[in-house]
Design a protein around this ligand. Structure first.
Ligand code: NDP
Ligand code: NHF
Length: 431
């Protein structure tokens, strides 16, 4: 499969606009953004980008009318002065993301649809030459992830995966990675990841579909089924909808938070762009924890099963790194170690450092302007999502699997390889 080297990628990446280089704040020089999916996370992104002077939001899109309208109001309220003065020409609020991509002068898109609707808009955006910020886990299945990565490389657009544990959350995860990289826990042998269960088939009953919701468009590439408000809540909702639990749309908690925590694990193991050799499910076929990924460097990563301390308590965190000389526990709330002395000595000038970026949105915008690769480009986002897909397949098939991370195929296992992709519904096969 075609892959660009880092050097050729940087040399070939297109400029966002020539105007963008002439001063970030002048109205004509802003990076223009379209938002695809303005549910809970999309609205969060919208609020964040509206607060940045170097961007201008020109389009919002959702399949639910109330959300489109609410997002349009957010934009118009924020840009009220500029609207009045004629500096801003207004925001398009549309139901079909292809209309966002067709917006004249659009530079980039933010995709925050449910997971089954990430790949196609991202691929079409890349083909249209738009830079992309796309939510995690990057895809609903592994094959569409590879297609997405190859399309991004071909289009040479700047891509950021929504894996903001690499930049934000107080820098705890960055610190953990640097400590592991610099041998502070000796030789790493085990990683334990504290995330919930794999995905299950959707069994929700039919409910009355609300006016103004395009349910068929919400389903998109996923199999046809009747409306249910757990999947697509009515109106402008708060909180994170539970489409996440169901394998038709997402990868369960294993993928929802796993996309974040496995991402940090692969980073710490220096396995960005790679993957495990073996996927070994737990012996109990009904177990929903304890699956193991065995890496070529001998490290074993274990899903949601933890060692116990002398006090009998689990030594538990979002990510636990166990080495020959100590253990680092890291989560969104902080970082700690056993023994405590592991973290006493700060990372020094001569130690190996992670990519320098402390704002996820900011890093993407900066990279668009500078033609640089982001902290979490498509290949990395895809490989982190792949761990989630492999874990779900392991639990579903319930037998040991051998994985060829280069070819992205299971070895001598046609049944397992069939799990790597799915055929989208014909009318929504857009790429
Ligand atoms: N990085 C992070 O920390 C976080 C990331 N996320 C990620 O963000 C993404 C969105 O999650 P969340 O906001 O909770 O989900 P929501 O269901 O709240 O939002 C998704 C929105 O996309 C809309 N949508 C669905 N299909 C389309 C389409 N074809 N075109 C345009 N809009 C569409 C949905 O419409 P409808 O109203 O019909 O559902 C909904 O409004 C997920 O991938 C999730 O994993 C979420 C939270 C935090
Ligand atoms: O970071 C996150 C916070 O929780 C959400 C709901 O589980 C996730 O989707 C998200 O990625």
């Amino acid at each position: 499969m075609p892959r660009l080297s880092r050097r050729s990628f940087l040399a070939a990446a297109p400029l966002v606009t020539t105007a963008a280089l002439r001063g970030q704040d002048a109205p004509s020089n802003k990076i223009t953004l379209g938002f695809i999916g303005v549910g809970t996370m999309g609205r969060g992104h919208l609020g964040g980008f509206l607060g940045r002077r170097e961007v201008e939001v020109v389009a919002v899109c959702d399949v639910v009318k109330e959300r489109r309208d609410s997002a349009r109001t957010m934009v118009e309220t924020r840009y009220a002065d500029r609207l009045k003065s004629g500096q801003y020409r207004g925001v398009r609020a549309v139901a079909d993301f292809r209309e966002v991509l067709a917006t004249p002068g659009l530079d980039a898109v933010v995709i925050a649809t449910p997971d089954h609707w990430h790949a196609m808009p991202a691929i079409l955006a890349a083909r249209a030459g738009k830079h992309i910020y796309c939510e995690k886990p990057l895809t609903q299945n592994l094959a569409e992830g590879r297609q997405l990565v190859d399309e991004i490389a071909k289009a040479k657009v700047i891509f950021q995966t929504g894996s903001q544990q690499r930049t934000e959350f107080g820098g705890h995860f960055r610190k953990a990675v640097e400590y592991v990289w610099n041998g502070r826990i000796g030789k790493l042998h085990t990683v334990r990841i504290g995330v919930g269960e794999p995905a299950v088939p959707c069994n929700l009953p039919e409910e009355q579909k609300p006016e103004g919701t395009d349910w068929d468009a919400w389903l998109g590439p996923a199999p046809e089924r009747p409306y249910n408000s757990v999947l697509c809540p009515r109106g402008v909702h708060q909180g994170f909808p539970a489409w996440r639990r169901y394998q038709e749309y997402a990868g369960g908690q294993l993928a929802d938070m796993g996309a974040h925590h496995f991402d940090i694990a692969q980073w710490a193991m220096r396995m960005d762009g790679a993957g495990p050799l073996e996927v070994i499910p737990p012996e109990n076929p009904r177990a929903v924890r304890g699956l193991r990924f065995v890496y070529p460097n001998g490290v074993t990563m274990i899903h949601n099963e933890f060692a116990r301390g002398a006090d009998g308590m689990e030594i538990k965190a979002d990510c636990v790194f166990e080495g020959s000389d100590g253990t680092i526990l890291v989560g969104r709330g902080g970082i700690s170690s056993r023994p405590g002395t592991v973290l006493e000595r700060p990372i020094g000038a001569d130690d190996r450092k992670v990519y320098a970026a402390t704002s996820h949105h900011g890093n993407w915008l900066e990279c668009i302007r500078a033609k640089k690769e982001t902290i979490c480009p498509a290949e990395v986002g895809h490989r982190s999502a792949s761990i989630c897909h492999l874990g779900n397949i392991g639990y579903r098939l319930n037998r040991k699997l051998t994985w060829d991370a280069k070819a992205e195929r299971f070895v001598n296992d046609a049944a397992a390889n069939r799990e790597l992709s799915r055929e989208p519904r014909a009318k929504w096969k857009l790429v």
